[in-house]
Design a protein. Structure first.
Length: 428
């Protein structure tokens, strides 16, 4: 890679305008920089480990989504749609209020690109141009790509197949590794310039009050032109020339670099600021980025969607069941027993199979014909079961009788209660 001087960047600049990894000098200290690194590590671990701990994954076998250990069937339209809408609203609100803060602080693309670049700088220190230095970038890109690809494949892999993945999983891993290697070796932060869909959305919705980074224009003459802020920027943005640059990822490394500098003024020249348009709203709202009616409405809509989603998930049961009485199959046998047939539908929304123990009441002498009253339902499955109940006819009048069906999950707290009817045929 060449080492061009990183001048002003924009979403339409050519890839060659970005500085090489060895030219960059990110800050090593500073509270802002360390906070960003800690958040990057935390979000990266969540991203990599989510499918392994059932925080989030897709269950393709049973057509469901696992979220926080809870299974959502694709047929649960309201829950799925609310989750999707909440995600879209949060993304829009974040882009409007805080610009590209997600890109600089949490995005896996940025985190992985910086990790590969950091390894390249560490290997090439004192041995620039050597074969070892030249091999650092492809080696780090390939290793990182293989690890991340394994995690991505696991998002779609059943837990039972993880120790011995099927051939399709290996093929998917190899293809994904290839794409990620090309991304981390050839693109890295270039992906953020006009390619990333979220970056494009941000450029559309942000305005004069969106959070950005600027060098205080009233103190421009105090700048010593030491280039520490420029060399800290992996996007090649020269904050001295253009504030609120659309290519800036709001990482704040330029702020940390100048704060730690011995040549820059003690009071930082570079700062985060909510655009160039002033707001007269209360200070506590301005600190949160709510500077006008538009933002207040966006935050309000986000809060409503979040509250609705939380309420729905809180009221959602691990079991969903329904029972239908098949009256046309009611019969009286020669031994004086009335037989009734039922169709029981049970949806298990847990990520493990369950055994449901059933009890019936409301009709004298009613019992299960098989004497068991047990129903087994697989993880995330919605199954149909045929049940048969009997009761002595001598104690019952002809016609329908109220019946209560209760179920308790073996070894668990989940339970259900269903009302139906027990029909006694006429004795004529």
């Amino acid at each position: 890679m060449s080492e061009p001087h990183p001048g002003r960047a924009s979403p339409t600049v050519m890839a060659s305008t970005l500085p090489s990894a060895t030219w960059i000098r990110p800050p090593k200290r500073g509270r802002l920089h360390r906070s960003r690194r800690a958040l990057q590590i935390a979000t990266s671990l969540v991203f990599l480990l989510a499918p392994f701990v059932n925080l989030f994954r897709f269950d393709l076998r049973n057509g469901r989504i696992i979220l926080g250990g809870t299974a959502f069937a694709l047929g649960e339209l309201l829950a799925v749609y609310l989750l999707i809408l909440l995600f879209i609203v949060v993304v829009f609100a974040g882009a409007l209020l805080y610009g590209r803060v997600y890109c600089g602080w949490m995005c896996p693309q940025t985190t992985l690109s910086e990790a590969v670049a950091s390894f390249e700088r560490w290997v090439c220190k004192g041995r620039k141009g050597s074969p070892v230095c030249k091999a650092a970038a492809p080696a780090a890109s390939l290793g990182m790509a293989a690890i991340v690809a394994a995690s991505l494949v696991t998002y779609f892999l059943d837990p039972a197949d993880r120790l011995s993945p099927p051939r399709l999983a290996w093929i998917s891993w190899a293809i994904t590794t290839g794409f990620l290697f090309a991304d981390l070796y050839f693109l890295r932060h270039r992906f953020c310039l006009g390619v990333c869909p979220y970056g494009i959305l941000q450029n559309i919705v942000q305005d004069g009050r969106t959070l950005g980074v600027e060098l205080d224009p009233a103190r421009r003459e105090e700048c010593t032109d030491c280039l520490l802020c420029v060399r800290a920027c992996f996007m090649g943005v020269d904050i001295r020339e253009q504030a609120f640059n659309p290519a800036c990822l709001n990482c704040g490394d330029c702020i940390s670099a100048t704060t730690l500098s011995k040549t820059c003024p003690e009071e930082p020249l570079i700062r985060f600021r909510y655009g160039t348009v002033a707001s007269r709203w209360p200070a506590w709202l301005r600190k949160a980025g709510v500077l006008d009616v538009r933002r207040a409405l966006v935050v309000g809509v986000t809060a409503v969607f979040a509250a609705g989603t939380v309420a729905l998930l809180a009221s959602r049961q691990d079991l969903d069941a329904d029972v239908a009485a098949l009256y046309d199959q009611a019969a009286l046998d020669d031994g004086g027993l009335v037989h009734n047939a039922y169709r029981l539908t049970v949806a298990n929304r847990l990520d493990h199979p369950i055994t449901l123990r059933l009890e019936v009441s409301g009709v004298p002498g009613v019992a299960f014909a098989d004497g068991k009253g047990e129903v087994e339902v697989g993880a995330g499955r919605r199954d149909l079961r045929d049940l048969e109940l009997t009761a002595p006819a001598q104690a019952l009048e002809s016609g329908p009788h109220a019946l209560l069906l209760r179920g308790q999950v073996e070894g668990g707290k989940s339970a259900l209660e269903l009302s139906t009817l027990f029909f006694v045929p006429s004795r004529r």
